[in-house]
Write a protein of this length. Structure first.
Length: 215
């Protein structure tokens, strides 16, 4: 068996996600086209409203199940291109507008950043489960193997470890697993936001925080 389906997410044993990413990107584009039928400025939806609809509908479709994806650089680039095209279309920007400016003018996160956020939010949700929860105990067992051996047993776990290291959250997760602290959902989000703003984005714009919190 080369793949299996879990909660609507097709998991490939070899970690190849290209086919799935292409399908998700295609569906997201079709939904944006359908949304455009309502009219995106002039005389239609305001870019701010259209942007919120895009994140609620199109991005949800594109990134469904991305918490457990093992995405390659090619997959990320494919989604980033579709993401920037949507931003240009919603804002009525020229095709030659620089990529960095396309997202900055509307305050959107990059696709890769959103995937990192979703993975870390899933990690927080699993750690907040009851101590007898099977899912929580499997996570802790695998995380401890990474912590004790200093080498991830699977590439996906290695990517999660990289995210923790990048946002300097590894010591927090270690203390959480060891029972020294307990973190609620809001404080976990704020912790990631603080690290993201301080180390990477250097920005606390309302639109950035709005995208981060999923409003």
């Amino acid at each position: 068996m080369n793949s299996y389906c879990h909660l609507g997410v097709i998991i490939h044993i070899d970690g190849n996600n290209s086919e799935r990413v292409e399908k998700h990107v295609g569906r997201s584009r079709r939904e944006l086209n359908a949304m455009s039928g309502m009219g995106i400025c002039p005389g239609g939806l305001d870019p701010t409203v259209a942007g919120k609809l895009y994140w609620r509908v199109c991005m949800t479709t594109m990134l469904y199940g991305s918490e457990v994806w093992l995405s390659s650089g090619k997959d990320i680039d494919m989604m980033e291109i579709a993401h920037r095209q949507a931003a240009r279309r919603i804002q009525w920007l020229p095709e030659k507008t620089k990529n960095a400016a396309v997202l900055a003018t509307i305050g959107w996160l990059h696709v890769n950043t959103e995937i990192e956020r979703k993975k870390l939010m899933l990690l927080g949700s699993l750690l907040r489960m009851p101590e007898e929860s099977l899912h929580r105990n499997v996570l802790i067992f695998r995380y401890n193997r990474i912590r004790d051996c200093c080498k991830p047993t699977q590439k996906y776990h290695g990517l999660v470890k990289q995210d923790l290291d990048r946002y300097q959250l590894k010591s927090v997760v270690d203390d959480w697993i060891d029972g020294k602290i307990w973190i609620g959902k809001f404080m976990w989000i704020l912790g990631w936001l603080k690290m993201r703003v301080f180390f990477l984005e250097k920005s606390t714009s309302p639109k950035f925080i709005e995208c981060l919190l999923g409003y």
